[in-house]
Design a protein. Sequence first.
Length: 134
Amino acid sequence: MDIWKLLFDKAKEVQNNRTITPFIDAGAVSSAILTKSGNIYVGVCIDTASSLGMCAERNAIANMITNGESKIDKVVAIMSNEKVGLPCGACREFMMQLDNESGDIEFLLDLDSRETITLRELVPNWWGYDRFKL
């Protein structure tokens, strides 16, 4: 089984760019995450006029946490142009704080080549490692 293609397809299933109200758009970006226990959670971005929305990755993570999990293995995000993309700084920081092994989370860079990058590579010299040692 090609897990990257499966995650891409799961994210694609929920991607549906739409206007909810004159203040809220949703679904232009979608994400699927694979947990360490093998479950997949999805989410879409929610953009608001007052910056109260959330990214697709954090939406998927909220879904994961709601279902009792907190350890992520892999992440795929699909941009509005249907290409994969990387998480913003806020999402990177949120993921780093989830688990002391979050640096190992893999992100898909290219579906065709299956090239990946780790969160540790995206967030070098992270400020919070010492707190996990307490």
